[in-house]
Design a protein around this ligand. Structure first.
Ligand SMILES: *Cc1c(COP(=O)(O)O)cnc(C)c1O
Length: 221
């Protein structure tokens, strides 16, 4: 099976309301073009250097999403073109994204990353830190970023019940934040959760955006 067949297979199983981010990290421009010709338009990358290299070589109607941990000092390189930043995990990063977006006269949609996994290695905000950032938004008055929702990564485990529990927790945080801050968070509607190994569970638990790499492009190793 090729990229287009795998892509189609995945899309068939997705509810219409769920967006597919094809995670093309480490994959070639040719592989991305194959997916593009198969109709895919949203691509996700986690390394700034890689996304900056690939973006000019590919069609202009691609929506580029930055999906992994992002260093504050690298925001400037992607600010001119990035369409969404999935893993904003500090107020400092959010402020820098806003500053760079302003320089480029754009508005950049951002998702706040919440730490939901048991593993300590993964990035993300605690619920308390998340609430603090959201509470501060009015005061920060950021004009060039938009908080479009939340993102999270579940524990890497074969225990589906654990993964389910973590996604369910993220969805309940999402619902709670949304309800409490309706006026401030008018654009708050995306819940980015689910990867190759766990996206079906994520969808059951309310994901609106899945980030799938190896299932489309093949294993990275
Ligand atoms: C690599 C990556 C993915 C995709 O992983 P697959 O298991 O290949 O689907 C999704 N989200 C993030 C943040 C990633 O870094």
């Amino acid at each position: 099976m090729g990229i287009v067949e795998r892509l189609s297979g995945i899309k068939l199983g997705l509810p219409e309301s769920v967006k597919l981010v094809a995670v093309s990290k480490t994959k070639s421009v040719e592989a991305i073009m194959e997916a593009y010709n198969g109709g895919q338009r949203i691509f996700g990358e986690n390394r700034v250097q890689e996304i900056v290299d690939k973006q000019p070589k590919l069609p202009g109607d691609i929506e580029w999403h930055h999906i992994g941990h992002l260093q504050t000092n690298k925001v400037k390189y992607i600010a001119p073109f990035i369409d969404m930043i999935h893993a904003v995990d500090s107020e400092k990063l959010l402020i820098e994204i806003d500053r760079q977006a302003k320089k480029n006269d754009r508005q950049i949609p951002c998702l706040l990353q919440v730490h939901i996994a048991e593993e300590e290695t993964k990035f993300g905000l605690s619920e308390q830190e998340l609430e603090k950032i959201i509470f501060n938004l009015d005061q920060l008055n950021l004009k060039n970023t938009k908080i479009s929702g939340l993102m999270g990564m579940a524990t890497y485990t074969i225990d589906d019940s654990q993964v389910k529990k973590e996604f369910r927790n993220l969805k309940s945080i999402f619902d709670r934040i949304k309800k409490k801050n309706l006026c401030t968070l008018v654009d708050f509607k995306e819940l980015s959760m689910g990867m190759s190994g766990d996206y079906t569970i994520a969808i059951e638990e309310g994901s609106t955006m899945v980030r799938i790499g190896s299932l489309i492009f093949g294993s990275r190793h």
